[in-house]
Design a protein around this ligand. Structure first.
Ligand code: R1P
Length: 296
């Protein structure tokens, strides 16, 4: 990867590679599956084929640790990209992929999450059908100590209804109807404080975070760290990006149980097939302007 970058507003190197993902035009498909870890990306990539019979998949691991894999799923070009963790990393993935892709895009996140209430249980596919809210720790609550809330919760941002419908159908097909739980997601800016995890080393003032969230949002089922930002960027993409997200319930926050390695790997394979199916089936238009906007 070249180290000479130009344009401080949106840095690209002499080959047109973006600064963090390290990808250029032609290397990323307009249907993207975003996953949190490299293990998950590589496992799901087993379901892709190369561009020509016998050809390897395109793979690029950037210096920042973002892995992009591009190939065909049942004949349709798709990319699997590791988002790593948290909203800033989702920002790099969505904005830098958008910069090197022509036409409208479909993006699905397959993550893991905490399940907040039954019927969601370990291994459930938690589809954020109504979208997501964002939970942020507000440092000003400590700075000013004036009684303001230590955690702020945004209004919900919706997912793309058509992509959600395709995703729910594909999850039902691959995992069975009992595996699917639809509900609102909450995306937190920490795995610990803003997800209500307690411990003695920090004064987090977060004992009531989950209870208050669930009371304010009866539809809330999942808690994780990226979905809201994907849906927020898609909402602001001038029609250029359709997005949806679902997560495997890796923990039951209501019972304190955690999923086994075997169960999560099975769910990742099935969920990967479901996400790739929905991405393949999503209708996209080519009529997207240079700024990513759709004319229709
Ligand atoms: C925390 O362990 C990570 O797991 C969840 C959270 O959103 C966070 O990124 O999702 P992923 O498994 O997709 O990374």
């Amino acid at each position: 990867q070249s180290s000479d970058f130009a344009n401080a507003n949106f840095p690209v190197d002499q080959e047109g590679r973006t600064l963090h993902l390290g990808c250029k035009r032609g290397e990323v498909a307009n249907r993207i599956l975003s996953v949190g870890s490299m293990d998950r990306a590589l496992m799901i990539a087993d379901q892709l084929q190369g561009a020509e019979p016998g050809a390897p998949l395109f793979q690029h691991l950037s210096g920042r640790g973002f892995l992009t894999i591009t190939g065909l799923y049942q004949g349709t070009p798709v990319s699997i990209i590791t988002t790593l963790m948290g909203m800033p990393n989702m920002d790099f993935v969505v904005r830098e992929a958008r910069a090197v892709v022509e036409g409208q895009m479909a993006v699905i996140r397959l993550g893991t999450c905490g399940a907040l209430r039954p019927p969601a249980k370990l291994g459930s596919f938690m589809v954020a059908s109504p979208g997501a809210v964002c939970v942020r720790r507000d440092p000003d609550a400590w700075t000013f100590d004036d009684g303001r809330p230590h955690y702020t919760v945004s209004a919900p941002v919706p997912a793309d209804p058509q992509l959600v419908q395709l995703l729910v159908a594909a999850c039902t097909e691959h995992g069975g109807a009992d595996s699917v739980v639809q509900g609102l997601d909450a995306t937190a800016d920490s795995f610990y404080s803003s997800q209500g995890r307690t411990g003695g080393h920090f004064e987090d003032v977060n004992e009531a975070v989950i209870e208050q969230l669930m009371a304010a949002h009866p539809q809330l089922v999942s808690l994780e760290m990226e979905t809201f930002h994907l849906l927020d960027l898609a909402r602001c993409s001038r029609g250029g990006i359709k997005a949806a997200a679902f997560c495997i319930a890796a923990a039951e926050r209501y019972s304190n149980r955690f999923i086994s390695k075997e169960q999560i790997q099975l769910c990742e394979r099935l969920g990967g097939a479901a996400a790739l199916t929905a991405l393949m089936q999503c209708p996209l238009t080519d009529a997207v302007g240079a700024d990513g906007s759709t004319s229709s």
